[in-house]
Design a protein around this ligand. Structure first.
Ligand code: 13P
Ligand code: SF4
Length: 349
């Protein structure tokens, strides 16, 4: 666990991080992107960190890759690239920076390292895990292979390098249907998200999809009754669910897609009101670009994603910790599974 009081002392000895309304007022370009969801008082607190991180980023030749579930001050203030898991994996292969700071969770940083073995990949807090990645090991993959001989294994990117290395191909929620359709086998093993697997199975009825018993602690909390109730009270609201939600929740929604798919849908459809059945920061991050859309309804917080803060990003770049390492042999095998997914997604696009 990070020793935050010690980290704060270290940082304050080098940087002027006191709330600074004058500095904040001078950083209107950055603030304009988050003004609807971050108050001026909060911006005065964030601005010194944003200024210090953006300066240090240049000195270190670093790029910040941030997932759509990051808080607005990270997403709009310091990120060079934002996106869903697939976009971040693709961007990790394109960046020319020497250092990648992953503002997301451990499996995302590991994926960046797998794709860029020669680069330094930093994760600001190693406790930023994922309930899906925690739910399966390489032994679990072997168990599934023994139960369904000959069936290919498609593992969600929300897995460890060890599990990716034991899989045939990866997928994300953006391309899972594409990947499953492209495989010739009739029976396909999907790990570790049972709900993503069930949602894909509903769209590809000709295949027999079998799954591991994993789930996302954020999306599994929603119930179909919640959605029905919400629709009764709010009949004009467009309901948009992430495919990590249980299938009966997805069935009640107007649209289901990855976090990038959700953004595309909102940009295309521009509904008057929308409820995003996903992590809380998603609506905050896209609301500035879509002032015409009123985002309403409940959301659930991912405790892992929220481990990443401006303070920890600054400390990470300042100390160049914590560096992600993946054993070369395992990285080589895992890279095959990730690269197959990227190639197949690009071919189909
Ligand atoms: P996507 O951004 O790929 O939709 O994934 C959501 C997620 O839960 C990542 O942890
Ligand atoms: Fe994992 Fe769910 Fe958090 Fe994504 S939202 S990192 S799937 S626990």
């Amino acid at each position: 666990m990070l020793d935050m009081p010690a980290i704060r002392d270290d940082l304050n000895a080098v940087y002027d991080l006191a709330p600074n309304p004058v500095l904040a007022t001078g950083m209107q370009t950055e603030y304009a992107r988050m003004a609807r969801v971050v108050s001026p008082a909060d911006w005065a607190i964030h601005a010194p960190y944003v200024a210090a991180i953006n300066q240090l980023k240049k000195e270190r030749n670093a790029a910040i890759l941030a997932h759509n579930y990051m808080t607005p001050e990270i997403y709009h203030g310091i990120a060079d690239v934002v996106g869903d898991s697939l976009q971040l994996a693709i961007e990790a292969t394109r960046t020319e920076a020497e250092v990648i700071v992953q503002c997301g969770v451990h499996f995302m940083a590991e994926t960046s390292k797998i794709l860029n073995p020669a680069k330094t990949v930093l994760l600001p807090d190693m406790a930023a895990g994922c309930s899906l990645a925690d739910s399966i090991t390489a032994e679990g993959v072997a168990e599934m292979r023994a139960r369904y001989p000959g069936a290919p294994v498609v593992s969600y990117v929300n897995t460890t390098a060890e599990v990716k290395a034991a899989s045939d191909i990866c997928c994300t929620s953006a391309n899972a249907v594409q990947i499953i359709r492209a495989l010739e086998a009739e029976t396909i093993i999907m790990t570790p998200d049972k709900y993503l697997a069930q949602n894909v199975a509903a769209q590809v009825p000709k295949k027999r999809i079998v799954w591991w018993d994993g789930s996302c602690i954020v999306h599994e909390q929603y119930t179909a009754q919640d959605i029905r109730d919400f629709r009764t009270w709010n009949p004009d609201t467009r309901i948009i669910a992430h495919p990590e939600c249980p299938p009966d929740v997805v069935a009640e929604a107007d649209f289901s897609g990855s976090t990038a798919g959700i953004l595309d849908y909102v940009s295309r459809e521009r509904p008057g009101r929308a409820m995003l059945v996903t992590e809380c920061s998603m609506a905050s991050n896209i609301s500035d670009a879509h002032p015409e859309v009123e985002f309403v309804g409940p959301c659930n917080m991912c405790p892992y994603m929220k481990k990443i803060t401006l303070e920890k990003v600054l400390w990470s770049l300042h100390t160049m910790t914590t560096q992600i390492e993946v054993a070369p042999e395992m990285a080589d095998k895992a890279r095959l599974a990730v690269q197959r997914m990227i190639d197949l997604s690009a071919r189909k696009a």
